[in-house]
Design a protein around this ligand. Structure first.
Ligand code: ZN
Length: 398
């Protein structure tokens, strides 16, 4: 693969003090050196940032490659060939925006992961949970209540009830190579019949999933909005909370005490609020979205003051995928630029347990980089609006 030197770039990486432009040297896909006196080997490709910025490759910890519609029902009924081809386009779009790692927390499968590994499609590093597990009538149950339909076992969500059935399904997903397990432990916006705040699954069901995941060296992450649902999840072994919009101070304190991460997904509520009718959000979905929209930013403030580690996710379904960078803008409005970059790089890497591989600009880690033409610290909107060049594993994404 050879060497690539990003020169004349201000390095923006968690824990590294702001400084003058430096050089980041990548050799054979890994960062070999960072600093002002780095020798660029003869023959290395050179990318001159012109005094701009370089960040670690961005990580989106809440994505759905197969989330090609805002209708759960539609998504599960279309042929997987169509869904997978659309997924390929979605992943390529994410990579071009600077997301070099994606955690897919409802969807993906060994076939999509194999195609990415083999370079069949241009895509970020891809970690998938497979279908999110839902109780019957829960957030993953997209059936229209007026239709007579069997419960579904789709590619984005599975309805599975009972601790033994969950245990078997978790074992099966882990056998297939799932990165982690996603449980739906409260209502959600786009599902037709479940109240948002009500906890889903029993303690025994959640604990069975957590036991099996932990035993394989991985973890459970849970979709949960209300304090009840969050407490219910983490008391039964969940390590990471997705969304968390209705968080309150005691629940934030419990998350911090247990070392549970929060992955906020501000982009999706903002996008559904502005563009919901254009992309087919139902009236039920619209009402639910209103209930969590404004709370999302407050949840981040509460989590921060309690000491919860905060990551970054987007959760954009269907035609809303092009809003991915807006998530950075929204999180920056609450947290500022440095914490937002840290959330979307180093903290997300820790959530994914990839912090020895990605998420910082340090020798030995993968050379996943985003190069901006201007100083992102001084001009934060460059992060979501500016032109960028993306480096994945030491190779410039063309
Ligand atoms: Zn989601």
């Amino acid at each position: 693969m050879g060497a690539l030197a990003v020169v004349n770039a201000r390095v923006l990486s968690a824990g590294r003090p702001a400084g003058d432009p430096e050089t980041v040297l990548s050799v054979d896909g890994l960062i070999a050196a960072v600093g002002s006196g780095v020798d660029v080997p003869r023959g290395a490709a050179v990318l001159d940032a012109g005094g701009g910025s370089v960040t670690p490759g961005l990580i989106d910890a809440h994505c759905h490659a197969y989330g090609v519609s805002l209708s759960l029902e539609e998504m599960e009924k279309w042929p997987l060939s169509y869904v997978a081809l659309k997924a390929a386009r979605r992943l390529e779009g994410a990579l071009r925006r600077g997301f070099t790692t994606i955690r897919d927390v409802a969807g993906g499968d060994p076939g999509l992961a194999k195609a990415i590994r083999e370079g069949v499609i241009a895509a970020p590093r891809y970690l998938w949970t497979g279908p999110a597990l839902s109780q019957t009538g829960g957030h993953g149950d997209g059936r229209n209540p007026l239709y007579r339909e069997p419960d579904c076992c789709g590619c984005s969500t599975n309805t599975v009830d009972g601790a033994d059935a969950i245990r078997k399904r978790v074992r099966e997903l882990l056998r297939q190579g799932a990165h982690a397990i996603k449980l739906l432990t409260s209502g959600g916006v786009i599902s037709p019949t479940d109240p948002l705040e009500v906890p889903q699954y029993t303690p025994e069901e959640i604990a069975a999933a957590a036991y099996e995941a932990n035993r394989r060296g991985t973890y459970v992450t849970a979709h949960a909005y209300s304090p009840d649902a969050i407490v219910h999840s983490i008391s039964n072994g969940v390590r990471c909370v997705e969304h968390g919009n209705l968080l309150d101070p005691p629940t934030a304190a419990l998350m911090a005490e247990r070392g549970v991460f929060l992955v906020p997904t501000l982009a999706t509520y903002d996008a559904m609020d502005r563009r919901g009718s254009e992309v087919g959000l139902t009236d039920v979905g619209r009402a639910k979205n209103t209930a969590v929209l404004d709370a999302g930013k407050q949840a981040i403030r509460l989590a921060r003051s309690a000491g919860v580690r905060i990551g970054f996710g987007t959760d954009l379904m269907g035609g809303l995928e092009d809003e991915q960078l807006q998530g950075l803008r929204l999180q920056c409005e609450v947290e500022g630029i440095e914490r937002t970059i840290e959330a979307a790089t180093a903290t997300n890497a820790a959530i994914l347990r990839l912090d020895r591989e990605v998420g910082r600009i340090e020798p030995g880690l993968a050379a996943d980089l985003v190069v901006f033409g201007g100083d992102v610290r001084a001009d934060p909107e460059l992060l979501w609006e500016g032109h960028r060049q993306v480096v994945l594993g030491g190779a410039l994404v063309s």
